[in-house]
Design a protein around this ligand. Structure first.
Ligand code: RP5
Length: 166
């Protein structure tokens, strides 16, 4: 199960279904922008063979960007990045102890030549937006959607300021 042709531009991988609460926010952003995505549970420690198979085949199956979230000894984003040259966006997931700093450092401290673009702890929303920005390089319609989203955010912020001025 799950190894069929991906045929979506974004795959949201995570080490465990316990990451779903954090990682579904990335899917919500992508859905809201009309970008198809698929969730995969792929563990660097429990299912390394499936993880490597996914990473090695991702480009050939039409994937353009991989979002990978994990917590604790968070090796998934880096190990996926080791086996693909697609852009990988890492999401450090906070677990019960250490406030997510363990996850952040596990994901962000990659060696030269094997990048993982790491967002803030638990901020899979930004992973979704970063994936969308990457895809927008070759998609003017998506670029326009992102421009509109930014304009809406500006209007909302200005309105909040106005309410404080009385
Ligand atoms: C990591 O271990 C996962 O990404 C998850 O954040 C963490 C704990 O996993 P579970 O023990 O809850 O399945 O690989």
């Amino acid at each position: 199960m799950g190894n069929e042709a991906e045929s979506v531009p974004v795959v949201i991988a995570m080490g465990s279904d316990s990451d779903l609460g954090v990682m579904t926010k990335a899917k919500e952003v992508l859905d809201s922008l009309g970008i198809p995505s698929r969730i995969r549970i792929l563990s660097a420690h429990r299912t390394p063979a499936e993880m490597f198979e996914f990473a090695r085949n991702a480009r050939d199956t039409g994937v353009k960007v991989i979002i990978a979230g994990a917590g604790g000894a968070a090796h998934l984003p880096g190990m996926i990045a080791s086996s693909t040259t697609l852009p990988v966006i890492g999401v450090p997931v906070a677990l019960k102890h250490l406030g997510g700093l363990d996850s952040l450092l596990s994901i962000v401290q990659m060696p030269r030549g094997v990048p993982v673009a790491t967002v803030a702890i638990d901020n899979s929303t930004n992973a979704g937006y970063l994936a969308a920005r990457i895809l927008s390089l070759g998609d003017p319609v998506l670029a326009e959607r992102l421009e509109r989203r930014a304009a809406d955010a500006r209007s909302e912020s200005l309105a909040k300021d106005a309410t404080q001025q009385g």
